[in-house]
Design a protein around this ligand. Sequence first.
Ligand code: SIN
Length: 328
Amino acid sequence: MPIIRTAALLIICSLAFSQNLMAKEIVIKFSHVTTEKTPKGKAANYLKELVEQRLKGKVRVEVFPNSQLYNDKEVLKALLLGDVQMAAPSLSKFGKFTKKWGIFDLPFLFKDASAVKCFTSGPNGQTLLAAAENKGIKGLAYWLNGMKQLSANKPLLVPDDAAGEKFRIMSSDVLEAQFKAVKANPQKMSFSEVYNALSTGVIDGQENTWSNIRTKKFYEVQTDFTESNHGVLEYVLVTSTEFWDSLPADIQKELSAIIKEVTAKETQWALEAAAEDKEYIIASGRTKVHPLTDAQTAQWAEVMKPVWKKFEANVGKDNIEAALKCDK
Ligand code: SIN
């Protein structure tokens, strides 16, 4: 009798254990570096909201904005170690994992956000999404921020104006070459350090989107902005291949559907932010915004475009050609 009772108890315990395992909630920690008011910040929160609605009890998303958990350098390491499960860094920050994503940094390759969308949704863009998979990083979607603008404590109207100025750049060799082409001094630096570096004069200038310039208050510590639209800031929503492959097929399917929906909203928020944040900065009266004439834009493009050739083998000639087709 005691043997039967012990056996029954063991069966009950093992059933309870396996049920508990089946019911275990999957936690996705999503770390990013911008504020919650940016397109990326809103999209991360929206992803959390949709997961709460549609995968309740199965998956939970925890969002850590504003470099609260990790800065740019650390987050990809953390992703591979399994300490976070999602991030959406700028494509400029993946040089250690793939050189191909350097295409997004080529100056004057994309004329506007529609050209970027045309490229990312086309066959070349979609193939590129998998470029870091052999390093354990899975691209889930492209997220837009917008076109980048230049700033300094002097008007930058022609390339010579930038000569000798120290510019903060993201950790990208292409961006380094872009600033060297105008004889400036590029300095790789984390996003979280830029405001202080600008306000203390460690650097003279920077390049970023209207959204980041507003939400990080760069316009308060730079006297002049140039509406140069010389490059794009595009993100890639990433997870680790190990984490993704560990998910049950039904969860992968639902998460993919959610990501598609969030991506559409994110694009809309990015387009709205680009227009609204520029107007906000002008209206603040804290800085001057200089549009460029066509002739001035042509000068910047002429000096910066040789960078394409330098990185052509890394980013793929076919990708450059596909991007150019989108500019028409
Ligand atoms: C971001 O928008 O995620 C930051 C971009 C930057 O480092 O400038």
